[in-house]
Ligand binder design. Structure first.
Ligand code: NDP
Length: 461
């Protein structure tokens, strides 16, 4: 449905208008919620095998429409096309793999005295609020498990990237019973209208920690359950026995994939002093080979930062580095963002732990190289700060690396890899990085509520 008015979506690589998107009014939000509420009883009553069939059909439709969805992502978000194609493929993968999860009943007691069984009921209508870095990817983590568990969904993408999600809604419209999936887009206050709306039974939110706090405060008014996937400032520790040449490309792309705009991107790289210079040299070499540019104009490795607000955040942190005389090994403050928000991959040489660039989430193409001598010191520094989303440890001796990993405080800790996510594996943040998890059985359970039935069989008089 068209909005009463529209808002403009810009291409971050050119600053040009991509399209106008519908600006949802309060009345239209009410209609979307009402449609989801109406659809809920029948959807929840379906046999789970039937819902699995719907999810599989949704995945097939996504596969058919991959090129056009990827094109929309490239234009509204700015990532290179192969990365956008992989993002769309991730949605159909998530839909299919989530179908393999099983919500089983637990028999707590079954004897002459009593039968007690706990089962997991759907909650009702889920609000799925997502950020702009992976418009389709973020939606997949919410839609697949929410629907499988028997809920209906109202999806609200970021105002920076509404287009691929709107198209997804069109693609699925004729496949699903009316009202099962609804997409609302708007600028300004739509997110807070959603979290303040009485018609939601669950809020699944991915975005910044700051907004996450507002979402939780709003949800508290009605005790609406929330899952919050929030900011990160992930550390990686490179042990002295690491093979620098082999690891450098992996560490590089751990930081710079999607122009660093991944909650789980490595942002702080703690390198043992014995290999610091060698690894720094390799990373500079890789950075200088990277083709940064407009992904619609030719083959590039890295697109722009996705929107003006994020560009200004990154540039402000780089300015601070420059003013404090921290050394850029490559990259640095960009010259001009008027013809696209481009920032070259930037490596900062050993800034102090107290600096803004180390403490704050920069969410852009910047990697901090931080030198350590003693592993206890590296672990303490990696664990410092308010975030605890992901972390990784790299070294030739995997067992030694695993021991270090066990000391890291983060929702996921990888050894000799990073950012590996899977529909069967729960993922979430500790500390200020979030509340609850997505994916895996634990993620599916977040879209349900436990209900226990007990039957007294004897011994009551
Ligand atoms: P924001 O928190 O600004 O926005 C996220 C979503 O919330 C958007 O859809 C936004 O809408 C909406 N929103 C804004 N204000 C409110 C409000 N008061 N109530 C409800 N919803 C609101 O984050 P960004 O979009 O800038 O995304 C970047 C952040 O997301 C980073 O901090 C990153 O770490 C985090 N993130 C976390 C992930 C995780 O899994 N832990 C994964 C990916 C990103 P609108 O855009 O229209 O304002």
């Amino acid at each position: 449905m068209a909005g009463a008015s529209t808002f403009t979506v810009l291409n971050p690589a050119t600053g040009q208008v991509v399209a106008d998107a519908p600006d949802c009014t309060r009345e239209q939000l009410d209609e979307a919620v009402a449609a989801a509420r109406d659809a809920f009883p029948n959807w929840a009553a379906l046999d789970v095998a039937e819902r699995r069939r719907f999810l599989a059909a949704m995945a097939d439709a996504v596969d058919v429409h991959t090129p056009e969805l990827a094109d929309l992502i490239v234009k509204e978000q700015g990532k290179p096309r192969p990365v956008a194609v992989a993002e769309v493929a991730g949605l159909s993968f998530w839909l299919r793999e989530t179908c393999g999860l099983e919500l089983t009943e637990t028999v707590n007691q079954d004897d002459a005295e009593r039968l007690s069984v706990t089962r997991h009921l759907p909650l009702g209508v889920v609000a799925a609020i997502t950020p702009w870095n992976y418009p389709i990817g973020q939606a997949s983590f919410k839609i697949a498990p929410a629907l499988l568990a028997g809920n209906t969904v109202v999806l609200k993408p970021s105002a920076f990237t509404p287009l691929a999600n709107l198209r997804l809604g069109e693609i699925w419209r004729d496949l699903l019973p009316a009202g099962v999936v609804n997409v609302v887009t708007g600028s300004g206050g739509l997110g807070s209208w959603v979290t303040g709306h009485p018609g939601f039974d669950k809020i699944s939110f991915t975005g910044s920690t700051q907004t996450g706090r507002r979402v939780m405060a709003s949800a508290a008014q009605r005790l609406t359950p929330v899952t919050l996937e929030l900011g990160g400032n992930d550390a990686a520790i490179v042990l002295p026995d690491a093979d620098v040449k082999e690891l450098a490309p992996q560490l590089f792309w751990a930081a710079f994939a999607n122009s660093g705009q991944i909650c789980l991107a490595t942002k702080r790289l703690y390198i043992h002093e014995d290999i610091y210079d060698d690894l720094a040299g390799e990373l500079v070499r890789l950075a200088e080979q990277v083709r940064v540019g407009d992904p619609s104009a030719g083959e590039v490795d890295m697109g722009p930062v996705s929107n003006l607000r994020q560009y200004e955040t990154v540039v402000s942190l780089l300015w601070d580095c420059q003013e404090q005389d921290y050394r850029f090994l490559t990259g640095g403050v960009p010259e001009d963002g008027t013809a696209g928000y481009f920032v070259a991959p930037t490596l900062v040489d050993n800034p102090p732990e107290s600096s803004r660039i180390v403490r704050e989430e920069q969410f852009g193409p910047v990697l901090l190289l931080l030198k350590y001598r003693d592993i206890d010191d590296a672990v303490a520094r990696a664990n410092a700060g308010e975030y605890a989303l992901g972390a990784s440890v790299w070294g030739a001796d995997a067992q030694a690396a695993q021991q270090v990993a066990a000391r890291l405080d983060a929702g996921t800790v990888w050894v000799n890899e990073v950012m590996h996510l899977h529909p069967r594996v729960p993922f979430g943040g500790r500390k200020q990085s979030g509340l609850g998890v997505e994916s895996g059985l634990a993620g599916l359970l977040e879209f349900t509520e436990a209900q226990t039935l007990t039957v007294r069989r004897s011994g009551w008089q």
